[in-house]
Design a binder for this molecule. Structure first.
Ligand code: NAD
Length: 493
């Protein structure tokens, strides 16, 4: 039996239970046993957190020089590096993602705080060449106010960093809502926020359900900016919620990212990139390359090599260093994957490897690397986001054909191209309607590289220089340099 640990939320620099005393149980996907409880925040808790953030915004944080704020961000980056192993362990228990990945990511996330610390004092204003005599008009970038950050269960440290670091650098204060499916990692992260010395109220981390907690946060009248990452259905609620407080919204949503292999591709590179793209993190990644188009000349040979590689992927306990794919996060995930695979088979899809849940554990939901050949990309596994290790494969003839096929989906987050013809790599990359295209590589992130989608994958960019401006508004100042009094507006002629 797992010993259950009880965690508290971090509001206004204090460790608190929910006002109602209610808690949420969270399970470890490795054995599906409850391992922790976290407070279940309601409207009152949300109100406390938002008011603390507003108070900190007005009284301290927004008034600090950017260099002072940068010092706190760098201190947080140091804390992350020192505690990467611990955070990685907690995230693995919380989500089922393999430890090798969560530890590496926790360490790398520090780079995001350093990057935005460096940018904090480099956001400049302008002088407008105004068409009025004696007037000097300047624009400056000012902070927006209280930011609500809504985080999904996967890649929480990264998805928090791309919101929190630019928001803090620019002088905003933040209330973060962790996912109810994996809430503990962010509460452990809150301990590092406290250790880094960031003043109380500047960062508040709460746990609760989508409703009432997420709803209360995104409709709160003191919230001015919502940064959301999650599924497209939840995003529609978020946009409706924002009509209550007219806050500015950014949405990072799902994807059904297409990948193409041309017959001139360097095959070992393509095999490795495709495998990382769809089977890394058991396919539970928003940029999973889950639709694969292989050119007809190499189709059979390349597909056979890919199947041979996928069949070797080792499923196992997420803390084990040998494991390549851990369990799925929840039964809901498994059910959705199985439902889509069944419907695809009924419509003519052919399972070439995997396809059925694994029996390596009676407690966890393990699903093997799965490859399905599809006649066309309207079959369910080829069309819908599954958030699992399932690759749908289709054949194509020409560059022109494949561009049309790749663009024929409602999402537009990521995409991949494998070819040794650089001209073609560039042409196809330009033609694909997606926020990100990887050419001869896949699944890379950096604080310097903007991340985000188009179409139903959302709007707003996270990471990169421009993203810091998404946490500012432009303020215009008119200065009258004339030494003569203004004319009386009511004196004619
Ligand atoms: P989800 O949409 O179910 O939940 C995301 C968050 O929204 C959770 O914290 C949840 O509590 C909250 N929420 C739910 N209802 C709400 C409401 N009415 N008001 C306010 N908040 C509410 O997503 P999930 O299952 O945790 O994550 C998986 C999804 O996230 C996938 O679709 C995936 O593609 C997407 N995702 C996108 C990116 C990206 O950067 N584009 C990254 C990771 C995950």
């Amino acid at each position: 039996m797992t010993k259950i640990q009880n965690f508290k939320m971090y509001i206004n620099g204090l460790w608190v239970n929910s006002e109602s005393g209610k808690t949420i149980e969270t399970v470890n996907p490795e054995n599906n046993e409850v391992w922790a409880t976290v407070p279940e925040a309601n409207e009152k808790d949300v109100d406390k957190a938002v008011k603390a953030a507003q108070n900190a915004f007005e009284k301290s944080w927004s008034n600090l020089h950017p260099r002072e704020r940068a010092k706190y961000l760098r201190s947080l980056a140091d804390q992350l590096r020192q505690n990467a192993e611990h955070l990685g362990t907690i995230e693995t228990i919380d989500t089922g993602k393999i430890f090798r990945e969560t530890k590496t990511q926790a360490n790398y996330i520090a780079e995001y705080y350093d990057y935005f610390a460096g940018l904090a004092d480099k956001v400049e204003g302008t002088v407008v060449p105004i068409d009025k005599p004696d007037m000097q008009v300047t624009t400056t970038r000012i902070p927006i106010g209280v930011v609500a950050a809504i985080i999904p269960w996967n890649s929480q440290m990264l998805l928090t960093a791309v919101k929190l670091a630019p928001a803090l650098a620019m002088g905003n204060t933040v209330v973060i809502k962790a996912s109810e499916l994996a809430p503990v990692t962010l509460l452990e992260f809150a301990k590092l926020v406290e250790k880094s010395g960031i003043p109380k109220g500047v960062v508040n981390i709460i746990t609760g359900l989508g409703e009432p907690c997420g709803k209360a946060l995104t409709t709160h009248d003191l919230v001015e900016r919502i940064a959301f990452t999650g599924g497209p259905e939840t995003a529609k609620h978020i946009v409706k919620n924002s009509a209550e407080n007219l806050s500015q919204v950014s949405l990072e949503l799902g994807g059904k990212s297409p990948v193409v292999v041309f017959d001139d591709a360097e095959q070992e590179n393509a095999l490795n990139g495709i495998t990382a793209g769809i089977f890394g993190a058991s396919g539970q990644s928003c940029i999973a390359g889950s639709r694969l188009y292989i050119q007809s000349k190499i189709y059979d040979d390349f597909l056979n090599k890919l199947i041979a590689k996928a069949e070797k992927i080792k499923l196992g306990a997420p803390m084990d260093n040998e494991t390549q794919m851990g369990p799925l996060n929840s039964y809901k995930q498994l059910e959705n994957i199985e439902k889509n695979i069944k419907a695809t088979i009924e419509q003519g899809g052919k399972i070439r490897c995997g396809g059925k849940r694994s029996n390596i554990s009676s407690k966890a939901y393990y699903f093997p690397a799965t490859i399905i050949e599809c006649e066309n990309h309207n079959l369910p596994t080829a069309e819908n986001e599954l958030f699992g290790p399932v690759l749908s494969v289709m054949k194509f003839e020409t560059e022109e054909d494949v561009i049309k096929l790749m663009n024929d989906n409602k999402y537009g987050l990521s995409s991949g191209v494998y070819t040794s013809n650089f001209g073609r790599g560039l042409r196809v990359s330009k033609a694909i309607r997606a926020g990100i295209t990887f050419v001869n590589t896949y699944r890379l992130i950096s604080p310097m590289a903007p991340f985000g989608g188009i179409k139903d994958s959302g709007y707003g960019k996270e990471a990169g220089i421009e993203s810091i401006k998404e946490y500012t508004r432009i303020k215009t100042t008119w200065l009258n340099s004339s030494d003569k009094p203004m004319t009386d507006p009511f004196t004619m002629g």
